[in-house]
Design a protein around this ligand. Structure first.
Ligand code: ADP
Length: 443
């Protein structure tokens, strides 16, 4: 049987309807009926869900119409894509496709009905596509997928790769031009996001380094200015007075002594400055290393304070110490730490009036050994408390002041303490004295 004709009542038609091959119709869950001229179903194969025994005149008329149409049609009678084919809703199998035909003598009408769904599946299953058409279809499908993929990828590439790359390249260009405040703004959580963070972190670091470098250069410039200024005064004085003495041979002994004293004081001051400067530069040098040793810090402090007692006595400093009795081992450079703490004690003696009370205490505090040096002297203005540790900073800025130091003492102390991994801070109020707190890490 022609596969296109499985539904075709015309092709299946046999005058002896009982001989009709109904296998495919039944296989597709359809049915075949023979209806006599009185609209009665006289033969049925397969299952008609309506189980019609006698068709109504209207139904019968419809079926005859269909039969008439098929006789007029050219070619094979089954055309499932024909819009005027009879399609009815027929129970649980859904729509049925009907084809009908009269037998030659018009004694009965043969009705072949197959569920539309089954029929379509069958036709699709049976329909064979020519290899050439198949190739063309595959080619068209492949090319379409390729174009689509290319479009999608190029959009995604542009969004995910080209844009971030452009931003990063532009950022790098800006950095190379010296615009270190450049930051990349890119919304991305993938590797480009990580690259953005790394880039921004890098530019931030470069910017900070540049600022620090500028600050260091500025500091160095100021340092040279300060040094030349501080050295200029005593040296000019030395030069001036020695020149005066040399040119005036008839000076009285008192006058000569007076001028020589001025020369000696100024030489001492210049020498002190050069000494401090040497110390400070030595600490700044990368080659300078402390000599660490494990020793009892309490014993070290007791010895250090004891060495200042004669000076306390002279200045009538009312001193009090509170150093733990036990042995507390710390790793430190004794010579340099002596210098650092000594500077602070010397300052307390130097800048405060007679009768000032001085307290030096020490104790363990979590991970630090804390040393407190407190006086009730003149104090340091609050606004200077941070910068007082910078080189050449003095409360009394007049460089001619006789009691003024070089302004390097606390800078040296801070440097040494920090080289021990510690810190030094100042707590001071004018008229309430000053308290220096040194913290040295135990480990
Ligand atoms: P200097 O060599 O001038 O002593 P420092 O850095 O040691 O330099 O001290 C800086 C300035 O801090 C001093 O010039 C002084 O004005 C002030 N100073 C330091 N310690 C004290 C203190 N205990 N009491 C009052 N002023 C102080």
């Amino acid at each position: 049987m022609n596969r296109l004709d499985i539904n075709s009542a015309k092709v299946l038609m046999k005058n002896n309807y009982e001989e009709i091959d109904t296998s495919i119709v039944q296989e597709l869950h359809g049915f075949l009926e023979v209806i006599d001229n009185d609209r009665k179903v006289i033969y049925r194969k397969g299952n008609n869900p309506n189980n019609t025994e006698i068709y109504t005149p209207y139904e019968y008329y419809e079926l005859i119409n269909e039969a008439q149409f098929q006789h007029d049609a050219i070619g094979v009678s089954l055309k499932i894509d024909r819009s005027d084919i009879s399609v009815n809703n027929n129970g649980k199998n859904g729509k049925y496709v009907y084809t009908v035909d009269y037998n030659r003598e018009k004694e009965f009408l043969l009705v072949v009905a197959v569920p539309e769904k089954q029929l379509i599946e069958y036709v699709v299953r049976e329909r064979k596509i020519k290899p050439r058409d198949y190739l063309i279809i595959m080619l068209v499908v492949d090319v379409s997928i390729l174009i689509l993929t290319f479009l999608v990828l190029s959009r995604a590439t542009s969004r995910n790769f080209i844009k971030p790359l452009k931003l990063l390249t532009n950022g790098a260009r800006q950095i190379s031009k010296g615009n270190y405040n450049t930051r990349i703004e890119l919304k991305s959580s993938n590797e480009f996001g990580e690259l953005r963070d790394a880039f921004n972190h890098m530019s931030e670091k470069i910017e900070i380094e540049r600022l620090l470098k500028e600050k260091a250069q500025e500091n160095r410039k100021n340092l040279i200015l300060d040094i030349s200024h501080d050295l200029k005064n005593p040296l000019s004085s030395i030069l001036g007075y020695s020149d005066y003495i040399l040119k005036n041979q008839e000076l009285s002994k008192e006058e000569l002594l007076k001028y020589l004293e001025i020369i000696a004081n100024n030489s001492e001051r210049a020498n002190e400055l050069i000494g401090d400067l040497f110390e400070f530069s030595k600490l700044e040098s990368t080659e300078f290393k402390l000599t660490f040793k494990s020793s009892d810090i309490c014993e070290f402090l007791r010895e250090l304070i004891a060495s200042y007692i004669p000076q306390f006595e002279i200045k009538q400093i009312d001193y009090e110490f509170d150093i733990p009795e036990e042995v507390i081992k710390l790793i430190f450079d004794g010579k340099n730490l002596d210098r650092a703490i000594g500077n602070i004690i010397t300052n307390a003696i130097k800048y405060n009036p007679e009768g000032t009370k001085l307290y030096v205490g020490a104790h363990l505090e979590e991970k630090d050994f804390v040393i407190k040096i407190k006086d009730n002297g003149v104090g340091i203005p609050r606004e200077m408390q941070k910068e007082i540790f910078n080189a050449f900073v003095r409360v009394d800025a007049s460089r001619n002041s006789r009691k003024g130091g070089t302004g390097l003492g606390l800078a040296i102390s801070k440097k040494i303490i920090e080289m021990h991994g510690g810190s030094v801070s100042l707590n001071s109020d004018l008229d309430e004295g000053s308290m220096f707190i040194i913290k040295l890490p135990i480990q």
